[in-house]
Design a protein around this ligand. Structure first.
Ligand code: ACO
Length: 279
């Protein structure tokens, strides 16, 4: 096919409060070109504050989630234009990875196939990662003479046991979904024919939670990683208090009432009914 327009490099639909965002270059195994990176940032921003979106799922069209950065358009063509173009492209890709890490809504990576190199940026950016058993993950950089940059080595080092991460980065072999799950790179792997159902199931659980508490929770989980224990405690006190500006006090009061007085739910086992929060 002829080259896709920038707008067509990412596809999305919204249904039942779930935004389904797709890498949409299946003929190029969804590798990330400068056009795709620009479009993805726009799409994420368009969806972030929509009232009809409660959860965002990032997946891929065709046989790949993403085959990493586009060796032709992101590397070869950009490098031919010099340092300014290189930095611009890097900022465009790292920019949307960063947006995803700190997204206002919960995010799920639904990894349907190949996931290589630069794809580890958005993989880490998503809060929960569910893959098909037969998806394939690889830090293939070493196979073509570069190091796993663009955050990829940091992601492997952060998520995987060190010995596994080092082997993964140095050997350039792929891991199946099941192996990626066992090594901590993803949350869970399921048979391919159950992937969509499992992701919808998780999305529906998330949709029932208080969205402000959920946002504060995902951010604190990311923030505390490089904090001392005392700084983490302090950050969490402030973040919890900040929730009060978004109805947190009322939500907590209602949830406590439902448990202690009405005995309609047990926090250890399910979520309170947030539709009853007043004010
Ligand atoms: N960059 C540019 N083009 C790519 C990329 C990529 N990362 N991945 C796939 N393509 C293109 C192929 O060149 C091919 O284009 P063509 O039809 O014009 O020849 C098309 O996508 C289909 O690719 P095939 O290799 O034919 O697909 P296949 O299903 O057999 O293999 C696989 C898929 C394993 C993903 C293979 O394409 C591949 O190894 N891609 C590169 C993966 C990689 O190492 N990515 C870079 C990681 S490092 C980083 O991101 C910084």
């Amino acid at each position: 096919m002829t080259d896709r327009s920038e707008a067509d490099t990412v596809a999305y639909t919204v249904a039942d409060r779930i935004a389904w965002v797709k890498f949409n270059r299946p003929e190029k195994r969804n590798c990330m070109s400068p056009k795709l990176n620009r479009r993805m940032k726009q799409v994420l921003e368009e969806l972030e504050f929509r009232d009809d979106v409660g959860v965002l799922v990032l997946t891929g069209e065709g046989s790949a989630w993403t085959a990493g950065m586009d060796l032709q358009e992101y590397f070869r063509e950009t490098e031919a234009q010099g340092l300014g173009a290189i930095r611009k492209s890097q900022r465009e890709s790292y920019g949307w990875f960063e947006r995803l890490r700190w997204y206002e809504k919960p995010t799920i990576a639904m990894i349907n196939g190949w996931c290589f190199g630069g794809g580890y940026g958005p993989l880490f950016g998503c809060d929960i990662a569910i893959a098909a058993d037969d998806a394939q993950f690889g830090l293939s950089e070493i196979n073509w003479g570069i190091l796993p940059g663009g955050g990829a080595s940091k992601v492997a080092q952060e998520l995987m046991p060190f010995r596994k991460a080092m082997y993964h980065a140095m050997m350039g072999e792929t891991l199946s979904g099941k192996q990626a799950e066992a090594q901590g790179l993803i949350t869970e792997a399921v048979p391919a024919d159950q992937l969509h159902t499992r992701v919808v199931e998780i999305a529906h659980v998330l949709l029932k939670k208080d969205p402000h508490a959920l946002r504060a929770t995902k951010w604190t989980m990311r923030r505390v990683g490089d904090m001392t224990y005392d700084n983490a405690l302090e950050y969490q006190i402030r973040a919890q208090e900040a929730l009060h500006s978004f109805g947190g006090a009322a939500a907590r009061k209602e949830a406590t009432k439902q448990f202690l007085d009405e005995k309609t739910f047990k926090p250890g086992l399910s979520t309170f009914d947030a539709t009853k929060v007043k004010g």
